[in-house]
Design a protein around this ligand. Structure first.
Ligand code: LRH
Ligand code: MN
Length: 432
């Protein structure tokens, strides 16, 4: 199979050719349907085309679990190769212009070159992610018993220094946010003092906060469990919100969809964080049981729609301080990461488009009249409308592919990476 660069505009244009007429027909048909509902399809398409989500650099390599990892061919071996793959995702979807890096996994000694290569590929850098949940070879203090909340001041200082180091790297890349997720916690009752651990968290986080440039934000990511299996210091949105409010106006709460117990009403958490004006952003993925990091919209698409319904409500309410940073955070254990990330970005756009076409006035009226059934039906009608033509038209308006996965497969990019990225892949366990 020959190879054509799927990032090339003329390649994408020729890949779109066979689909153009069908899309025009389907788009006109949906347009007529929405017109009858008083909705201008082009307005929705424009909003969807402006929707952006960041790619997690750690998501373009094959993920794994503690039981094993089965790498595919042509795995990216460093942050520069990860960037090449991220550019394929952005060129074919038009929806992912930024990459979120994770240190030290993405450390390089030439941030300037990385920033320039990014610019050449049409990519910028989103929130930086620190890592004090693993010990690095040259590390003095171990994070076995915690990092920012460790009982030993020297270990806390080491963790604070790493976070400040991430800010310094981000400044050279044009990033404007730091995401702090820590695995700190306890496996057994009595192992740690729950109150003091939170106080130590605040003491450390204040030092990181103080190092933030004026135009930066700090995202606090809560997680119910894992790696701690009894108590996690920042276990839920309440702890995250208390910390953000204690730190200051540049601190916000980041919602990773997989970090909640099954059946938790995540859209309610979003509504509360919007009310508190502390919704910093999302790590989108999906899950059935734990922090499964599956593809967004693959298990609970209705829940994803309900989250975007809250975001559209917040937009319409002109909520102050409301500019959530959207990111994907997934682990691709059995699919081609590029295909999963493209389809996941599109599933977010789908949930957004579905939320945008909800008849808000009718919904308000039914809610004020306590017409429960009609209110539920009016909301659900957004979800049950096939908005695929809008998503494809939004891609075309961005010079992207009508059918990204087919265009990607036909390009032979993965096989080409296999040829250009020789070398044995580690089979060990772990998410990357
Ligand atoms: C923790 C988490 C966090 C990342 C890591 C890769 O589960 O969601 O956002 O640092 O995954
Ligand atoms: Mn996450």
């Amino acid at each position: 199979m020959g190879y054509a660069d799927p990032r090339d505009a003329s390649y994408i244009a020729s890949a779109n050719q066979p689909h153009a007429d069908t899309l025009a027909t389907d788009y006109a048909h949906l347009g007529a349907q929405l017109e009858r509902r008083g909705i201008r399809i082009d307005d929705v398409t424009r909003a969807v085309a402006n929707f952006k989500v960041a790619i997690p650099s750690w998501g373009v390599g094959t993920g794994g679990t503690r039981f094993g990892r089965f790498p595919g061919i042509g795995e990216p071996r460093n942050v520069f190769e990860k960037l090449e793959d991220c550019a394929v995702i952005h060129k074919l979807t038009g929806a992912t212009p930024t990459v979120s890096l994770h240190l030290p996994w993405d450390r390089t000694d030439d941030w300037k070159a990385l920033r320039e290569r990014g610019a050449t590929l049409g990519l910028g850098f989103d929130a930086m992610n620190s890592n004090t949940f693993q010990d690095q070879a040259d590390q003095k203090q171990s994070y076995k018993f915690g990092s920012l909340t460790h009982v030993d001041p020297a270990t806390r200082a080491q963790a604070v220094a790493h976070n400040i180091d991430c800010i310094e790297a981000g400044k050279q890349l044009g990033s404007r946010a730091l995401t702090v997720w820590i695995g700190d916690g306890a496996n057994f009752p009595g192992q740690s003092n729950l109150a003091r651990a939170f106080e130590r968290y605040l003491e450390s986080a204040r030092q990181i906060y103080a190092a933030l440039p004026a135009d930066w934000r700090m995202f606090i990511e809560h997680k119910m469990y894992e790696p701690a299996f009894y108590a996690t210091v920042i276990q839920d949105w309440g702890s995250s919100l208390m910390a953000a409010q204690a730190l200051g106006p540049k601190a916000f709460c980041l919602v990773d969809l997989g970090h909640h117990a099954p059946n938790v009403n995540i859209e309610m958490i979003v509504a509360r964080l919007v009310h508190a004006q502390r919704l910093g952003g999302f790590h989108f993925n999906d899950s059935k049981y734990g922090d499964d990091d599956l593809d967004a919209g693959s298990i609970e698409p209705f829940r994803l729609f309900l989250v975007f319904n809250e975001l559209v409500e917040a937009e319409l309410a002109k909520t102050p301080n409301f500019s959530p940073a959207h990111m994907l955070d997934q682990s691709h254990n059995v699919t081609d990461p590029i295909e999963s990330l493209m389809t996941s970005a599109i599933e977010l756009q789908r949930a957004y488009a579905q939320a945008l076409i909800v008849d808000r006035q009718a919904l308000r009226d039914h809610q004020s009249a306590n017409d429960v059934l009609m209110a539920a039906q009016t909301l659900k009608r957004g979800f049950t409308t096939d908005v695929s033509p809008i998503l494809a038209q939004a891609r075309v308006s961005r010079g992207a592919a009508i059918d990204p996965v087919s265009a990607y497969r036909a390009s032979g990019y993965r096989a080409e990476c296999g040829r250009n990225r020789p070398g044995k892949q580690s089979l060990g366990g772990g998410i990357i």
